[in-house]
Ligand binder design. Structure first.
Ligand SMILES: C[S@@+](CC[C@H](N)C(=O)[O-])C[C@H]1O[C@@H](n2cnc3c(N)ncnc32)[C@H](O)[C@@H]1O
Length: 230
């Protein structure tokens, strides 16, 4: 390796070591920020990191809608399948904190992503509202014992149906199911969409988004009715 390349390699390493840039959002070191600002800063920084590293996440339009849904339903238990780095989870957990109640159980298959998500919740000051579980959501949802008010599906289209089925017996009557990518991923989640549209009250909500990987997409919003109530 040439001398200049060595120097550049060492300087890059030093810079990364000092800024702690492993993809976790990092608010200004030593800065005194209000709790709400801390969350907003973490969301903003994570938004930038996800775009840069092509870590698929909902983006601010759908994030804000998720927050609105959490606010209006004041859930006790929210389950998210597909945490990634915690972007959507931050939008959800911030509302739980504002409401002063509830918890988010977020499941992620990739251990490194789950670790980074935990760090991001910690940085945002929201870790008390979130439990990140590492593993296959199709299996881990079966271990959830609590009654669930809101299920957010965002963990590869083919997994929506098994995740939903695995959690079905713990969904409260009237629970809200939110399935991301119901526009661009409709074919891949056909089994899930057919089920919720035929057995429950379900609607497709479209969003203009501004992400490097898409400009328009939808979420499927479903009000779950238990068998006796349909
Ligand atoms: C689109 S990303 C989730 C984005 C996240 N909800 C957000 O908006 O910030 C999908 C994530 O699902 C995870 N995933 C894929 N299959 C999974 C499975 N079977 N169980 C849990 N997570 C899974 C992937 O590793 C990936 O991080």
């Amino acid at each position: 390796m040439k001398k200049r390349a060595w120097l550049s390699w060492i300087l890059t390493g030093l810079a990364l070591a000092f800024c702690g840039c492993d993809g976790s959002a990092e608010p200004g070191a030593g800065s005194q920020v209000e709790p709400e600002d801390r969350v907003a800063e973490t969301i903003k920084e994570l938004d930038r990191i996800c775009r840069e590293q092509t870590v698929y996440m909902v983006g601010p339009e759908k994030g804000a809608r998720l927050a609105e849904l959490v606010r209006s339903r004041a859930p006790s238990v929210v389950v998210e399948c597909g945490t990634a780095l915690g972007y959507s989870g931050l939008w959800i957990a911030r509302e739980l904190e504002r409401l002063g109640k509830g918890k988010l159980i977020s499941i992620e298959l990739d251990a490194d992503r789950a670790r980074r998500a935990r760090e991001n919740f910690e940085r945002a000051g929201l870790s008390g509202w979130v439990e990140v579980r590492t593993g296959d959501a199709r299996e881990l949802v079966r271990e959830i014992e609590e009654q669930v008010d809101l299920l957010f599906l965002d963990c590869n289209y083919a997994n929506y149906y098994p995740c939903y089925r695995g959690l079905e017996s713990r969904l409260k009557d009237g629970a809200l199911l939110v399935a991301d990518n119901a526009g661009i991923g409709a074919a891949g989640m056909k089994d899930y969409l057919e089920e919720v549209r035929s057995s429950h009250e379900s609607e497709t909500e479209w969003f203009d988004i501004d992400l490097p990987w898409g400009k328009r997409d939808a979420m499927e919003l479903t009000i779950f009715r238990s068998k006796g109530e349909r």
